[in-house]
Design a binder for this molecule. Structure first.
Ligand code: SF4
Length: 70
């Protein structure tokens, strides 16, 4: 899947589904400790960066897959 990964173990929730709703290293900050490295697209522009329909579809698919495997 392109926008969804996991589920991954979570100490608080047991399992957690990762969802990327913005492109890689698009951020309003450029933190020195960022695990992803330096920000390449520093912006505060509000817009739809990725197609929400595709993201939602992948979340539903991940949920169905997890439910089927339980
Ligand atoms: S840690 Fe990385 S992703 Fe998080 S706010 Fe800082 S630069 Fe952005």
């Amino acid at each position: 899947m392109k926008y969804v990964y996991g589920p991954v173990p979570s100490r608080r929730l047991g399992l957690s589904l990762g969802v990327d709703i913005i492109p890689y290293k698009t951020c309003s900050f450029d933190c020195v400790y960022c695990q992803l490295g330096a920000t390449t697209n520093k912006t505060v522009e509000r817009k739809e960066y990725l197609p929400k329909e595709d993201i939602l579809q992948q979340i539903v698919e991940a949920y169905k897959k997890k439910k089927k495997n339980n």
